[in-house]
Design a protein around this ligand. Sequence first.
Ligand code: FAD
Length: 413
Amino acid sequence: MRHIIIGGGPAGVVAAETLRKADPAAEITLLCGEAGPPYSRMAIPYLLRGDIGEAGTQLRKEVGHYERLRIQLLQGRAHAVDTAARTVDLGGRSLPYDRLLIATGSRPSLEQIPGIDLPGVHSCWTLADARAILAKARPGARIVQMGAGFVGCIIMEGLLSRGVDLTILVRSGYMVRRMMNPTASGMLRRWCEAKGVKILTRTQPRGLSANGGSLQVALADGRTLPADLYLSAVGVDPNLDFLQGSGIELGQGILVDGTLQSSVPGVYAAGDVAEATNCLTGHRQLNAIQPNAVEQGRIAALNMAGRPAHFKGSFVFNVLTTLGLVSSSFGEWEGAPGGESSELLDEARYRYLNLQFEGERLIGANSVGFSDHIGALRGLIEGRVHLGRWKHRLLEDPTQIMPAYLATAQKVV
Ligand SMILES: Cc1cc2nc3c(=O)[nH]c(=O)nc-3n(C[C@H](O)[C@H](O)[C@H](O)COP(=O)(O)OP(=O)(O)OC[C@H]3O[C@@H](n4cnc5c(N)ncnc54)[C@H](O)[C@@H]3O)c2cc1C
């Protein structure tokens, strides 16, 4: 059996390892679109902070790991997939497969503005981006960052630790708008400003221009900011373009069923690129986080090896550390129509908890400054636990999350 995995990120690597375990005789090729050994994007903030070197970002650190497992690492990019002939086109040569896994992740979606292709403009998505940022982020360097989503927030600490002058542009006015309500977002903003980050809300760049060795960022409101580095962190899109015309059904990502198989038999998808079921809503959605990629890589590989396995679905949960402040976002944090909510707010101590209920269940939450309840929150929401009388206790005092979890989620029924 010839297995090809396109994409050497966490989903692809775990899939290759799982395949080897499940099928000792299979031929396994891991097609890696970036130079160097497979690495984890999650490690990039630690690299920026200087906590680890480049070797520390590698997904597998043992020398000879892939050779030992007889996983062939092949450097190159897939240009197209021919699902009728069962081949992957590498631009010049094509590789035949019996089973294919697409684990190509996502890529930054850059602003469509003049100058976005100038030197000194980067995203923070790849190891190559991280190298370019490290080269520019010297003490006193002026960095203008567009966007304050998950990645935009998580890299701030690494940037500030290098003594840079950081300005962040937030188009909507709300940091991490896609995962936090305005109260939580406002707390994050105050926290960052107190740590020395300049945050300009309700503005965005109109264009970038070169100015000697640096850049000028022209804002929509008429102001101009000088920058030694412009960082684009406005979001990501799944890497799907090469699948146009392949016959694989695409939505926002690759549409997959509970076995992570696409609409074409024998072709599977996992990780940031897959649009799989949300276990809370039952609808398919992208869920671009690493634990999801790893689990999907494992399940897809088992099915590819002929060992039936079912993906129970994922749900949105994000735990974010922004300059030392932990915040989290779970499930349907915006609430449901007709639902109830409870809230605890301590602005001075940067502590906030917002719980959303539907019927007897907790369906979503936002928190700032609470790290001890994160496992219990996840357990109650993901487990769709019936809270019974604990719902009223949580409505009165949302900090009772841990006792509620212990009393309800662990109960033997
Ligand atoms: C700075 C940063 C911090 C993050 N922090 C966290 C965190 O704290 N927690 C968390 O859960 N997630 C975090 N993430 C997100 C996490 O990294 C992704 O969810 C995860 O990497 C997804 O894994 P994947 O295997 O699906 O895709 P990727 O890791 O993106 O891997 C996909 C691979 O496919 C390759 N590829 C793409 N197109 C092709 C092609 N045509 N041919 C061949 N190869 C191709 C790419 O080069 C890449 O190697 C972070 C991301 C970044 C950038």
